[in-house]
Design a protein around this ligand. Structure first.
Ligand SMILES: NC(=O)c1ccc[n+]([C@@H]2O[C@H](COP(=O)([O-])OP(=O)(O)OC[C@H]3O[C@@H](n4cnc5c(N)ncnc54)[C@H](OP(=O)(O)O)[C@@H]3O)[C@@H](O)[C@H]2O)c1
Length: 320
């Protein structure tokens, strides 16, 4: 099969090898997916450039997210799954056959049914961003009637969080850094959008009774989060770019806020699958929509990684 892989970590233009590799067979409990589109996320370039250390077995075909059709199943998997349209999640987690190839093999439960109402492009955007967003929003239960602040509401996770929170009946406030991103967050369903670079951002965000903050940059926003908090507010952090924050204990104690950290690879299994179920409910009801995006051919995977690494405002998908 035609595939993009790397055998060592480094800059995208240096390490990607695009050629033929043996088509993998699904093992016990696995399915093979004929990939239509492969979605690129920051975690993919962090693994490829060595920013986070991950071991791999000889080579790594990257990307967790993708969409396609199951064309073969391993022992113990219902053969009726053959022909099923699916989206994938965590496909390359401990598995060298990620989605940047004509075929990937994954544990059966990581290939999720794609409803007929959702096209392959949407399917390839769901995995990492939507499941992360669902975890951050719903890990303490329903949020209907609550006010949720989503920082970076035009980002991949942020936009998914805006859509999911609005779908779940929360009032959603999003922060962005410019007008174009404000439009993206509004289109996704944010009721209030605030430019966090405005000098009066804190006053614009105060007084809303925010009970949950979906945090992409704790170091940059902690002071703001405390300033706009009410007792009992929870800050859920899913990103670790930039410097580690200094925790102002007295201010946090006084504010009576909780900070939670999560990493999709390591969350408790029950909560992971609850999050997936929320994504699937929202998807079935049409509440998750296609973000602004760009599609490149698989052969341009290095350029695709460079775009995501440079902070592309569009989701980047590879057509296989
Ligand atoms: N923990 C996990 O399991 C998990 C899962 C998914 C992603 N992540 C991590 O989360 C991060 C974001 O991923 P992504 O795919 O959503 O990336 P993305 O699409 O590039 O979005 C990041 C967003 O963060 C915004 N942002 C940056 N600093 C901000 C600030 N101080 N206040 C408000 N918004 C701010 C950016 O907007 P501006 O440029 O306008 O500031 C951008 O829209 C990455 O580091 C990724 O590795 C972690």
């Amino acid at each position: 099969m035609f595939a993009a892989r790397y055998e060592k970590t480094g800059p995208a233009q240096d390490v990607f090898i695009i050629d033929q590799v043996e088509t993998p067979e699904p093992g016990e409990g696995q399915v093979r997916v004929k990939i239509a589109l492969s979605g690129v996320n920051p975690t993919d370039y962090k693994g490829r450039n060595g920013a986070v250390s991950r071991t791999f077995d000889g080579f790594q075909i990257p990307h967790h997210d993708g969409s396609g059709v199951i064309d073969a199943v391993g022992a113990g998997v219902d053969p009726q799954r053959i022909g099923e349209r699916v989206w994938t999640m965590l496909a390359a987690n401990g598995n060298r056959y990620g989605t940047a190839a004509q075929f990937c093999v994954v544990d059966s439960q990581l290939a999720r049914t794609l409803p007929d109402t959702a096209d392959f492009e949407l399917g390839a955007t769901l995995g990492v961003p939507a499941v992360t967003a669902a975890y951050c929003l719903f890990s303490d239960g329903p949020i209907a009637g609550q006010t949720v602040l989503v920082h970076g509401g035009a980002g991949a996770v942020g936009r998914a969080a805006v859509e999911l929170a609005a779908w779940a009946g929360a009032r959603v406030i999003a922060t962005v850094s410019n007008d174009a991103k404000a439009l993206v967050a509004r289109d996704a369903g944010a009721h209030v959008v605030v430019n966090y670079t405005d000098s009066d951002a804190i006053s614009q965000l105060s007084g809303h009774g925010i009970s949950r903050v979906i945090e992409v940059n704790l170091a940059a926003n902690l002071e703001l989060d405390i300033a706009i908090s009410q007792p009992g507010m929870k800050i859920v952090c899913y990103a670790a770019d930039g410097p580690d924050p200094v925790l102002p204990r007295r201010a946090l104690m006084t504010a009576c806020v909780t900070i939670e950290f999560m990493l999709l690879y390591n969350v408790e299994s029950d909560k992971l699958w609850e999050s997936v179920a929320m994504v699937e409910d929202a998807l079935a009801q049409g509440a998750l929509t296609m973000p602004p995006h760009k599609v490149l051919p698989l052969s341009e995977i290095a350029a695709a990684h460079d775009l995501v690494e440079a902070g592309s405002t569009q989701r980047v998908l590879l057509q296989v």
